[in-house]
Design a protein around this ligand. Structure first.
Ligand code: FES
Length: 137
């Protein structure tokens, strides 16, 4: 699914998109250096689910691309490293932030999958409407 454009991701830009289900919110950003799973010529474009893996508070408004971090979560202070697959750096969470797999084609950024379980789900693709089906209506 198309989620953004390389040309629109300037320094400090954080965009949001829903994937793979309606209402499953993720953020897309370009960090300072190369990242695990990063795409683009410098491998610095990444996307993650926006819900903290501890108890589901949103961290999408707490992304600092220049520090390559999401958080600290406003609920219990977990911080995630966006350069290392969303690894927990500190705080109460014990599970990394789910990372959205990305591919680039002609400057467009596509989400192709998600690694890790989105908070509150037993299956990332169940109990909701797939976003691709929703956008085709
Ligand atoms: S919900 Fe984020 S640290 Fe608890």
């Amino acid at each position: 699914m198309l989620v953004g454009s390389v040309g629109d991701l300037g320094d400090g830009t954080v965009e949001t998109f829903e994937y793979p289900l309606e209402g499953t919110r993720n953020f897309l950003t370009r960090i300072e250096g190369a990242a695990w799973g990063g795409v683009g010529s410098d491998g610095d474009i990444v996307a993650y689910n926006g819900l903290c893996t501890h108890m589901g508070c949103s961290v999408e408004g707490l992304v600092t691309p220049e520090q390559e971090m999401a958080g600290p979560c406003s609920c219990h202070y977990t911080t995630f490293d966006l350069s290392k697959g969303g690894m927990v750096v500190s705080g109460a969470a014990t599970t990394d932030l789910p990372q959205v797999r990305l591919e680039i084609e002609d400057g467009d950024i596509y989400a192709t999958g998600i690694d890790g379980l989105v908070y509150g789900y037993r299956n990332n693709l169940r109990d909701g409407t797939p976003i691709e089906a929703a956008t085709e209506e």
